[in-house]
Structure formats: structure tokens, C-alpha cells
Design a protein around this ligand. Sequence first.
Ligand SMILES: Nc1ncnc2c1ncn2[C@@H]1O[C@H](COP(=O)(O)OP(=O)(O)OP(=O)(O)O)[C@@H](O)[C@H]1O
Length: 956
Amino acid sequence: MGRQQFEVLKGLVRRSLRRRFCSSPRSATEGFVVDGAKPSQSSASLNCGSALNPRSQPASPFPPSSSAHSRPLQDGLGKEFSFPPNSFLLPENLPPFRQEGLEQFFPIQFRRRIGVALGSGPSSVLLLGNNVGKIFGSIPTVSRGFAGLAGEGSEAEKKVGESVAADGLREEGQGGDEGLTASVSGRETPVKKPRRRKAQVLESDGEVGIVADGSRKSTRNSDRLSEDKKEGIAAASPKIFGAEITPNEQELRMTSFTSVVEEHLKDLDKEKTAKVTGRSTGESTNGNPGASFKAGSVSAVNAPVDGADYTDPTQVYRILQGSKGGRAFQGQERVKLNSLFYRFSVSGWVSDQALSLYINSKFFHTAASKFRKFFMHRSSPELRSYVVAKGATNDALQFLFPSFAEFCIQEFSDEIRRYRELVSTADMTKPDAWYPFARAMKRKVVYHKGPTNSGKTYKALKRLMEAQSGIYCSPLRLLAMEVFDTVNMQGVYCNLHTGQEKKDVPFANHLACTIEMCYLNKQWEVAVIDEIQMMSDEYRGWAWTRAFLGLQADEIHVCGDPSALPLIRNLCAGTGDELVENEYERFKPLKVSEESLRGDFRNIQAGDCIVAFSRRDIFDIKREVELATKHRCCVVYGALPPETRTQQAKLFNEQDNGYDVLVASDAIGMGLNLNIRRVVFFSLDKFDGDSKKPVPPAQVKQIAGRAGRRGSIYPEGVTTTFFSQDLAYLGSSLLQDFEPSTAAGLFPVYEQVELFASQLPNENFAKLLERFSETCKLDGAYFLCRYDNLKRVANMLEKVKGLSLEDRFNFCFAPVNVRDPQSMGALYRYATAFSQKIPVHVEMGVPSSSARDEFELLDLEARHQVLSMYLWLSQHFPGDLFPQKEEAGEMASQIAVLLGQSLVQSSRRWSKRKLPSTHNRGRPPPNMGTTFSRKSSNSWNVGTRNVGPAENVVRV
Ligand SMILES: Nc1ncnc2c1ncn2[C@@H]1O[C@H](COP(=O)(O)OP(=O)(O)OP(=O)(O)O)[C@@H](O)[C@H]1O
């Protein structure tokens, strides 16, 4: 079917060409007419000229409306197609052909002749009939050759066009004896070529680009390429041959090389004009790298002496192809060339440009090395000395690149095609288009912008509760639970869905969920996305982006600091959503204290929250405070279950119970309403996995802002540091403006990974992720989220046989602590059982008593994390394979209670390490943040810890 259609279309276009350019004017009116424009010379000018002549702007991309001359389209077998009058032959409008199939109907040489450029984007439109080769849209995919074809343009261009048209006909058996060699500059050189000569549109995205190469050798080379390869080449070299140009590709990959070529073409144009007008072309090229391409620069370096024309770098490849090489290298020539080619192979500019030809960075070195050999072997002494004279400079690289591009296209078409297909499956551009239902809505986005404790979420939630239906998307389970309680308490029925649990309230039209769990297939009146600045989080940003782009809500309220506002403005411009900005001020002022605590725990007061960034520090500080003062400390940190954190916060907020100091990690930055008077930073450095780094100012603000909550007994919030030398950094951080985020996180959905995997059937999942990240295409407004944790899990699960790709993908998202071998071990066991379709059991017990030391506390935390993971898996995989969901939930609650009790009962005995003296010894030494040394890894397994008889052990 494809072949037949191709033949039909090919016949049609050729007949049209013949009629249009080789027969009487009348013949142009015969055959098929796709547009309804009057098929006269004047209409041809009207329809073609404006678009074909790059110097004149098309008034409108649409032809004049008239159906008078509309005719049915006949194929070579006499079958009629009818297109509506005035219709464009858009790829997507072709009824009998699929859009992607259309490319196949025009083999490369044909496309190159007639300059048919097909685009998958709406801006590429192909018209047949009177408008052969006419392409409208923002991408000027029309070569000046068509100006010649259309009878427009200069005399030289007309001849080039004629040559092209004639050549197209000759291929059908109408041989000719003479032709033209036309260079990009429009010069013509009669060539004696008795037989087939090739006229090629080398560059149809610019203005000029027809090269008729009369070389027999070159013709043979070109003929040797299989049809497949030619198509591959066309597909892989959008800018070179004008096939398939999409705005994204243009934006993402083609820009620099294209700009070089375009600049070059412009310069040639100027030069040509100057020649006509007698003016010189010495002007600059605005620093564009294409400057070195300009013809004038060549003579300045070294005029060739072999008569070959090096002014056009795109010709050099043809010269090399036709050459047998020359005499041996002279003197230092080889060394200099080697040095130049070395520079070529390590140049970032060159490898970037190569990417635009779908030569990926891994393959680039092979390609560059082969090109070096090719050049060394084929270059004439004149060409060598010409290149050597340029030296190992950018100029030389830019001169060589077009030849390299042509070389790659000829030699590596299979690699190019493969990579291109891979790239197309990893296309993450225009993610807003992934959610057509949301796009079909006119959404109103309300940005609640302000510092912490300014009432943003309160306002958004108020609107949520007024609505008939609504969804609240939370960054934390804890916050989702809090909103679930608040909204239900206000009499608005609300469900709770997190990764671990689902609580459905009868008749509820509202939902509080964690952001990863938000539903995009349901319509809501109001949606609230909290902490919208998390959209730029390097790990979890994708969840915010997905929610923001995909939620089907009439109103979307996003709450956050001002940093995400420019990004949201940008995204709204793309989605067409209306944006309303509401600004908030803090209810209570936040003051930076003039003094630190001078490293003395005795300066701690009731209402203080001491912030530390390691778990170990938290417990040491707690111990020191309780030793040095009469205050008792509550603790909050990320590894604690939400229930325990809430319990600790409650304990701290209540007056007169003695627990009036809080020691917390940065986990207090979000959620938790806390009656803090003063936030004291114990340290302003944080271990980021590799080393200790200063805490980013935005995070400092977020944490410090927790002081002085509305409704608390304190009239204002205060912040300071424990050590004096940190005070300056604190002050400056709070004064700093929020750094605007520029990009939103993205991560592929499973279907996309699956499609990508189909191109790489032999890669394992971890490798697939890696390849995906190397290959994927992204718009500037987005970045691919980090996936190192996923990869670690994927690597571990590699040993588990029998998991489908989808199962692996889902397992990798399970909330596992990748640094905890026991947690990873549990996931491994669960995945193994799952892969064998054996019901997965928790295989863990609950201790009968609270922790007696830090290690037991750590053990409780780890157990809770595993239970949490089990619950998550039970929600994301078929329930019958995770039969202990209820028990796991029960056990998790028991452990949360034990953890709470442990923290309350924790005593001074617990800590074994001594903090620096309480008397101002300066900042803690670098090893302060070291983690707990762990007990033997066996100690965690079922029955090996202090699991007494009373312990609630769930056995397999
Ligand atoms: N208009 C109001 N009336 C009563 N209480 C309010 C009002 N606005 C806010 N609050 C209370 O003030 C506290 C802070 O409000 P909220 O959580 O909305 O601030 P926020 O700006 O969203 O802070 P964060 O960025 O930390 O989440 C909450 O306890 C909230 O209930």
C-alpha cells in the first residue's frame, strides 16, 4: 500500500512539474489542482511567489478563496482524489495516507529535486499543484531554487530551477545532454555531462541551496545508496535536506548549525548584491560563529591554488569525494592536521552541531576519527595547505564541519537513523500537550505568593471548601492528613489519598492527597497545589509539573514563595490559562537577632526551635539542652512517621507540659503549625550526599519563617544562630531575594519509557533510564528530574527475574530508603516474591516496647519505613499479591506510637557522643555530621532483635 501510494503521488508531482515548467502555460491548469487559486501564471506568482521568493513576505499563508478552478486530483491509475478547494495538502489532511507515511512517498532524491519538505508541526505545509514545493509557515523551508522553478528570482536562479526541474524529468527517462552546475552563490558553470547529472537541493531551509554536481563519481556514490539509506539520510539531516523540520528540533538542536549556515547564506547574499551594485562586503557578522563561513574570509586566509572552490565549505566534501588524494604530506603538515583534527574531536561546538545531525556524543568520536582518516586520505595538497593555514582555530573547525556533516550523512546513515528514532521516542518537548483535556479547558490559575506564615494556604483552602468539588495536592503526607482533618472538621466531606493509605468518606467531593497521587482524569471545580516552588525540585519536581499541567480544574490555586512565579507565568503563556497573582505579607514580623547563642546551650529559652541538619546532631542537641537547662525537648525530623511528627508538634505547642523546646531538621520547613518564638540554626551547612554545603538562602528563609506563627502567643518571630560565625550568613540569606526558578521538572511516564525501551530491547532498566536521560529532548522550560535513587533500585532489582518492565518501573518508585540496606533488602524480597506471583508478606515484627537507646529508635524508624513501603506497594500493585495491607497499616500505627513514646522517654543516657563545649568553641568540627554507626545488619531481621514473646510478629 505504501509503495503504491508513493508511486501515485510521485507520478502526480512529476506530472505537475512537467506541466508547470516544461509545457505550455496551459498545461499548468491541467492535472490536479489542490488549491483553488486561479491556475494562471499570475496566480502561480501570487501563490508561489510570495513564499518562494524569500525576499518577499507572504501576505497570508492561505491562497485566495475561489473554488472555480478546483479539480479532482487524479493519480496515475486514473483514480480521483478530491480535495476541498483552497485546501492545503497538509500532511495530516491527506485522507488516504498517514502523516508519517507521507515522507515515504517522496524518496530523498525526489524531495531534493522538488524541495518537498515535510513537517510534523503545523507550520510546515506542503502544497501541490500550482504550488509545487511551496511550504508556508514559520519555517522558511523553501529554497531559492524554487524561486527559479516558479519563474521568480534572478536569472541565475531561474536557470537553477530549470535545471532542477529538468533533472527531475530526466529521471523519468527523459535524458538531457546539458545542465548546469550551480553553486549556492548562484554562479553557473556549464559542464559537459552527457549523462545523468545530479541537481541536489542541499539546503532547503535557507534561501539558497541547489547544487548540481556533475561528477560521475558523486552520482554513482549517490546512486549506490539504497532507497532506505537515502530516506534515513533525509530524515536524519533535517536542515541539510529540508526533510522533517519541526519547531522543536529547530529550537533545540539545530539552532547553532543552522545559524551558521544561515549567516553564511546571508553573507553570500550580501556579497552577491554587492557584486551587482559594485559595493564591497566587508561588514561584520555580529560575532556569529558563521562569520568564518563568509566567502570573503576565504581569500583572506589562503586562496586555493588547485582551482577548486573552497569558498563554500559545503562543497569541500564533494571535492574530497571526487579526489583520489594527492602527494605525500609535507613537513609538519601531518602534525598540524592531526592537531586540528584533535581539536575537532574534542570541540564542544562540533559535537553539539553533530547532535543536530543525530550523531550522538558517544558515536561522535568514532565519526570524527573516521572523518579525519577520510580527509587525510582524500585531501589534495592544496586543500591541506588551505586548512593548515587556518591553523587549529575555530575558523578551521567551522570550515570542516559541513564536510563532516556530509560525510556522516553518507557514511553513517544507519547509526543516524537509529539515533533519530531513539530521540523521537524520548521526545519530552511540549509536555503541556500531554494533557489534552486540561488544554481543552479555560483554566484560571491563582498564584498565592508570599513568605511563610502569610496565610496563602489558608486562603486557597477557603476557596477549596466553598467549591462543589476540589482537590488539595500536598508536598507531604503529613500536610495531606492535616488538610483532610481540617476540611472534614469544617463540615466539608473530604477523602484522603496518599501513597500509603486511602480514606474515603461517603459523599465526599473533595480530596486531600499527596501530589504524586493527584488525579488528572477527573474534573474539579477548584484544585490547590501547595508549595509550588517544588516544581523545580531536582527529584520530585515532575510531580508538581504534572499536576499543574494536567489537572482538569476550573480554578487552580498554587501557593508558594515568589520564586516560581516567572516559571508559572511562562507555563500559563504556553497553556493559555488565565493567571491571577495574589500577594501576601507575613502576619507577624520576622526579626534577625543581633546576637547568636554564642555556642551556649544555657541560652536556650522556651519557644525555641533548634534546627540541625543531621539526625545525630538532633539527638545530641536534645541531650545537651536537657542537661544544661530545665527544658524538655520534642524532636521532628524527616524519618519519623507523620503521626509521630504531629504528636511531637502537639506536645511542643501545648503550654505548661515542660516540652517547650523543639529540636528539628529542615522537615519543619513545610507543614506543621508550630508555636515557635525563635528559630535557632545550630548549623547552616548541610550534607548533600557528597559534602557539606551552605544551606540555600531560600531554604533558610523557609525554615526561619516558621517563627512567629499567626495565633501563637508570641508577638513576633525571631531567628538567630547557635554559633556567632553563622549569623552573618543568616542575615544575608534572609535579605536575599528569591532566586527565580527557570525550569520545571519532568519525568517520563511509563508508556514513554516503554516506547523508548522498544528501541533498545537489550538494555536493562537502569541502563534504559540512563540512555533516556542522555537522549531525551526537552524544551528550555523543563528539565529531567534526577533519577539516581531510581537507578539504584533498578540496579538492585536487575537480579530479580520475571519482572515486567512496567513492574520494574513501578517498583523503582516505591518509597525506599536507598541508603538503608535493610530497607533495600526488604524491597528486594518483596519484588522477588511478586515476580514469582507468590503473595508478598511483610516478614517483620513490631517490638513490644519503646526504644531503649538510639539504635533501637533507628530500628523502629527503619521498620516503619519498610511498612510504609509495603503499604505503598499494596496500593500500586494488585491487592491479592499484597494480602497483609491491613496488618501492615496496623503495625505502622503501633510503631508510630512506640516512636512517640521513645522520643518522650528518651533520656540523657541515649547519647554517646559529646558535642563541642557549650562555651563558645566556635563552629562544630567537620565530622559533627557523621551518621550513626549501625549495628550488625542482621540485627534487624525478623526475630533477631529484641522481639519478645509478646511481640506482634506477622509471620510469613
Ligand atoms: N485569615 C485567617 N484567619 C485565621 N487564621 C489564619 C488566617 N490566615 C492564616 N491563618 C493561620 O495562620 C497560619 C499560617 O497560615 P498558612 O499556613 O495559610 O500560611 P502560609 O503562608 O501558607 O505558610 P506556609 O508557606 O508555611 O505554608 C495557619 O495556622 C493558618 O490557619
